[in-house]
Design a protein around this ligand. Sequence first.
Ligand code: ZN
Length: 133
Amino acid sequence: MSRICPQCAAEMKQEEARTEVVNYEGDSLIVSGLSGWFCTACDEALFDDESALRYGAAGDTLIAKSHARQQAEIRRIRKKLGLTQVEAGQLVGVGKIAFSRYERGESQAPGPLVKLLRLVDRHPELVAEVRAA
Ligand SMILES: [Zn+2]
């Protein structure tokens, strides 16, 4: 039995104990003993069910870690600026409870909001200007 890569049409090779590195936002995890079909030309992999679950779980772990890091960063910046969650929400233009949800990880802060917070973290003198905008 042979398979053709759905991405690049090169030949795929079956393996039983493949090691893959899962990367997400600067973090990585090594997952060993993966079985499935692997492209000989590109990065495409068609994992067997159990391997797909383990590979996916590693990705979920990295995403959770990244979210936790972002929650901590948002809280640190808010406290450094001396703002309550309500004030921080007003500053970045989100509802009263949205900011607390971001800090507790109940929802993911939008990327532009995180960038704005990082900017006022580096330039706290801009807070008054952002508030007035
Ligand atoms: Zn391929």
